[in-house]
Design a protein around this ligand. Structure first.
Ligand code: MN
Ligand code: MN
Length: 465
């Protein structure tokens, strides 16, 4: 029975509160999200799809915009093909503050090393270096697809996407059979799967040429040359990523959930994109940030720790006022409000012990507001102010957004971080807000369609606030 007390707060199961049309809308968003994430398996692919979507909906590169900005203007700036900022100009001056929602588009994966290809025991393999926090054993015995770019010596960029079509070959990291795994089984999980051993099988046929020492490797290089026009040295100027060659699918007999790789944080990126795109004429200027390298600390010039967003804002203010003024930029940042759109962990029935039940998020109970992340005594957390929590809560309540709160596990259990504190560094209020996942950072993360629907509603309400 639902709690009937007028004082007690209790979580709501979103599905129980949706009418027929809303249930259909939630299922429809699920279908569109699966289509989006199916082709958004790397940071570059996600930015590409997101930018194309924005362009098809009237967004133009900021450099191409001339003259005074007007309410309703739609513009964007892409950074190195790996990060993107899009803006919809509002009715009131930008310097009165803007509404910002920022997600990240990178996900844990296996990067090929700079010198990846080697031959051993008659087999050709790719050496990898994992990216982000993974449980290494989860990446063994899986079909893996190769995505990325190779920049040839002559400067030509070759895009590679191999392993997604049913007729494509895939790659895989083999695991030892249980019969011979005694030593492996006796080890701690952390030690049983050395990162250096994450080598992906990529060939076994030797070339018919006796004077070449590594004939299988030679054969693989020949295939790469025939298909992509590249030689081994070209792999030094490449970014190739191995990702699960698994398509998004509905999970469950009731089709209520979605299983897919890379939902941290592309599920929130999708929600932000849909929310900003469907805005009509917001009062405050609306901005969506799609950042890179969050999983390795938001470093680099496409990461949130860099100046790419501040640079965009400087350009925007310059376009708006016809001149740049640092005080104006600082004021705008200080008067703005933001959501860090990132996922949180849902209670897993198999691992209830790592969560504290009153404070953990649950699948299907709506958009998750996370006041603080961090670990070991909130270290590294933004820890949103109570006043701002109240403001965001009111925005959601006023717009019938079903939300819950979450935390990343029990005290001293672990923890994590997001881009929230970097937005806060600019002076604005910010809180983490996204959907809960099961199996976060695994090759197959699970989200709930009702949560995705509430995320979209919540982000839209925030932009309109
Ligand atoms: Mn994340
Ligand atoms: Mn993550």
């Amino acid at each position: 029975m639902t709690e009937k007390s007028e004082f007690v707060y209790s979580k709501k199961n979103v599905w129980e509160y949706l009418n027929k049309e809303e249930k259909e809308a939630a299922l429809h968003i699920g279908e569109n999200f699966k289509r989006y994430i199916k082709h958004a398996k790397t940071e570059r692919e996600t930015i590409n799809i997101t930018r194309e979507f924005a362009e098809n909906n009237g967004y133009k590169p900021i450099d191409k915009i001339t003259g005074q900005l007007r309410p309703g203007d739609r513009l964007y700036q892409e950074i190195k093909g790996k990060a993107l900022v899009i803006a919809l100009i509002g009715e009131i001056p930008i310097t009165n503050g803007i509404n910002i929602i920022g997600a990240h588009v990178d996900s844990p994966r296996l990067d090929l090393k700079v010198h990846p290809l080697f031959e051993q025991n008659g087999l050709a393999l790719f050496k990898t270096h994992y990216y982000g926090g993974i449980k290494k054993y989860q990446w063994l015995s899986l079909p893996l697809a190769l995505h990325g770019v190779v920049i040839r010596g002559d400067g030509l960029k070759i895009n590679i996407c191999l392993g997604e079509d049913d007729n494509d070959p895939v790659f895989t990291i083999t695991d030892i059979l249980p019969h011979l795994a005694k030593e492996q089984m006796d080890k701690k999980v952390l030690e049983a799967f050395p990162g250096e051993n994450l080598n992906a099988l990529c060939g076994s046929l030797p070339i018919e040429l006796n004077e070449v020492k590594e004939r299988v490797k030679e054969s693989i290089l020949g295939i790469l040359n025939r298909h992509y026009g590249i030689v081994e040295e070209d792999l030094l100027s490449a970014e190739l990523e191995l990702v699960p060659a698994i398509a998004p699918r509905d999970v469950g007999l009731d089709r209520s959930m979605i299983g897919a790789y890379g939902q941290d944080d592309r599920v929130c990126a999708y929600g932000v994109l849909k929310a900003i795109n469907e805005l009509e004429r917001p009062v405050n200027t609306a901005i969506a940030i799609f950042s890179d390298k969050e999983e390795i600390g938001s470093v680099g010039n496409t990461g949130m720790y860099s100046n790419f967003f501040t640079n965009f804002m400087a350009e925007l203010l310059n376009k708006n006022a016809g001149q740049y003024n640092e005080l104006m930029l600082r004021r705008t940042m200080r008067l703005s409000q933001a959501l860090s759109a990132d996922v949180n962990a849902a209670v897993d029935p198999g691992f209830e012990d790592v969560m504290e039940k009153n404070n953990a998020a649950r699948l299907g109970c709506g958009l998750v507001i996370t006041k603080y992340t961090g670990s070991g005594g909130k270290k590294g957390a933004n820890d949103a102010h109570a006043e701002y929590m109240a403001r965001v809560r009111k925005i959601f309540n006023d717009n019938k957004v079903i939300w819950q709160t979450g935390e990343l596990g029990k005290v001293d259990q672990g923890g994590g971080g997001t881009i929230a504190y970097m937005l806060a560094n600019l002076g604005m209020d910010v809180v983490d807000c996204g959907v809960a996942l099961l199996g976060m950072h695994s090759p197959y993360e699970v989200s709930h369609k009702a949560d995705i629907y509430m995320m979209y509603k919540g982000y839209q309400a925030f932009y309109n606030s």
